[in-house]
Design a protein around this ligand. Structure first.
Ligand code: B1M
Length: 217
């Protein structure tokens, strides 16, 4: 079955059309993992590229991510039954003292669209909460967001606490948010920094890739 209508509806940010097309594909017997890997993930990659070259802006990104999330909800029950193996679990949250969550939610949606299981802890998340969630869910990645320059120290102490907890040697930590820079990420010992949601999804895939790119900044 031609999956281009799913891809196209995500690109257009049309959630209703994406849901309908996903239902149609499932009814036609297309496997949910194929819908994800052959249509939804490539669509979000295209969205990321359009954003990177300045053709798409945050509203288009949000609409596409919403359409993609809606389709993931259609597929979720069947994906679980079909034994689809996610790229890994990402625990994400906005660091302690910071209540901004729009960009972080966008990042979470893009990560989900890239095949990760995402556990979103919300905002104002204490280091101990990140540690507990990463441990309990055997997370591959912990993703920290901060929007205030005053909460950058909380980001640094969360990275420190995660390292001190020594959960497992493959745990990767990625950071982002408006005041965060590549330099800052390196300085606090994060494994990677991404400036935006599509970049975060690409970074996460690199971090869990064959070389596990520690320091993929
Ligand atoms: Co606040 N706020 N805010 N605010 N707010 C900013 C961030 C600010 C820049 C506004 C300004 O002064 N011009 C300023 C911070 C200045 C600074 O520290 N440098 C600021 C301030 C000062 C405050 C308060 C202190 C205001 C006050 O009360 N006096 C207060 C703090 C509250 C707190 O957190 N403790 C506050 C409160 C709020 C609201 C609650 C009203 C609301 C948040 C609502 C919510 O999130 N649910 C709010 C908002 C909306 C903003 C602005 C207007 C918009 C932020 C946003 O959502 N952008 C913002 C000004 C601005 O940015 N123009 C501002 C859209 C979003 C898609 O982008 O979040 O940058 P962004 O996410 C991007 C990237 O940063 C990146 O990808 C995303 C998408 O591409 N990214 C990651 C984000 N996380 C990532 C993680 C990654 C990778 C990439 O890997 C893990």
């Amino acid at each position: 079955m031609d999956l281009s209508s799913i891809k196209q509806s995500v690109l257009l940010g049309d959630a209703e059309a994406t849901i309908a097309a996903a239902h149609e594909a499932v009814a036609a017997g297309v496997s949910p993992s194929s819908i994800l890997t052959d249509a939804l993930i490539p669509a979000m990659e295209d969205v990321g590229n359009l954003f990177a070259c300045g053709e798409y802006f945050v509203p288009e990104l949000l609409m596409a991510a919403r359409a993609m999330s809606a389709a993931v909800e259609v597929l979720r029950p069947t994906l679980a039954r079909s034994g689809y193996k996610a790229a890994g679990t990402v625990v994400i949250g906005t660091v302690q003292g910071d209540l901004h969550d729009i960009g972080k939610r966008l990042v979470a949606m893009m990560l989900e669209g890239s095949g990760f299981d995402v556990i979103d802890l919300g905002t104002d998340v204490a280091p101990e909460q990140f540690i507990a969630a990463a441990r309990d869910n055997d997370a591959a990645i912990v993703a920290l967001s901060a929007l205030l320059s005053t909460t950058l120290p909380a980001m640094e102490s969360t990275v420190g606490a995660l390292r001190a907890a020594a959960l497992h040697e493959n745990l990767r930590i990625m950071v982002g948010g408006a005041p965060v820079t590549d330099d800052f990420a390196r300085r606090i010992g994060a494994d990677g920094y991404a400036p935006d949601a599509p970049g975060a999804a690409a970074l996460a895939r690199r971090l869990v890739g064959p070389h596990g790119d520690a320091d993929a900044n």
